[in-house]
Design a protein around this ligand. Sequence first.
Ligand SMILES: NC(=O)c1ccc[n+]([C@@H]2O[C@H](COP(=O)([O-])OP(=O)(O)OC[C@H]3O[C@@H](n4cnc5c(N)ncnc54)[C@H](O)[C@@H]3O)[C@@H](O)[C@H]2O)c1
Length: 256
Amino acid sequence: MPDGQKSIFITGVGSGIGRATALFFAKRGWLVAGYDVNQDGLTALQSEGINGIFERLDVSDPDAVREALGRFGNITQGRLDLLFNNAGIDAKGPFAEMPWERIEQVVSVNLIGGLALIKAAFPLLANTPGSICLSTASASAIVGAPGRAVYSATKHALKGLTEALSVEFASAGVRAADLLPGIIDTGMLSDKSKAMLPPQGMWRPLPASAVAEAVWAAYEGSGLHVYVPEELSALVLEAASQPEAIRDRRIAGSVF
Ligand SMILES: NC(=O)c1ccc[n+]([C@@H]2O[C@H](COP(=O)([O-])OP(=O)(O)OC[C@H]3O[C@@H](n4cnc5c(N)ncnc54)[C@H](O)[C@@H]3O)[C@@H](O)[C@H]2O)c1
């Protein structure tokens, strides 16, 4: 790895936000290390000609996560500028009807995976001036989304984790932040849901490249919670001041 080259470690790189972020940072000369369970997605990204490291990794396996960070650290002389904890899975449907195995799977990927990743990456981040640990939470971490209860719980957990680590890691010179995307046009968004979305405002669908730009802004800036789009900050105010109004609106049948 050339002296002075920065590095980003991305999970969930096989599609959507992770893939867009890999392409964005590669274009800017960063060493991109991308991980996913989806081998086809990794192969497709490699065929873009990116000079990087692409490996199959299931983030819900903490031993495999530690080993991947170990191999990465050997290549970068123990440095990591940006950890992008991004892999996640959605789970739609009523909580009462969701099979227990599915609940455990969502928690394992979205939360346990993130915890394992951050813990294993911390020594590398602490060894790198200006480093940041960035997680993809969600607008469901502002207000829990009905029909996505477990998903919302994991995203709230990531946000709380980020707030705690942003203080704990400060003495080591490592920043922690999270991204709270609204609706991003990736494989997670069905055509049916897309057709119901407004063309403007905080719930308009945005391309994955908008989140890649927010990752860059998070590295360059000093924010703790990064909303994509910024209009979501209005929801934060309402969620804090009038949570019952949001609840009652949704019970009455409003989607948002
Ligand atoms: N798309 C949205 O509207 C939206 C909104 C808010 C937050 N998010 C979050 O953004 C992140 C990226 O999602 P996306 O929208 O790009 O969806 P996506 O489905 O296109 O990408 C998710 C990637 O994670 C990978 N993945 C799944 N399980 C994994 C595992 N166990 N180990 C490693 N990789 C795994 C998938 O193979 C896939 O490539 C997720 O954390 C998601 O919750 C998405």
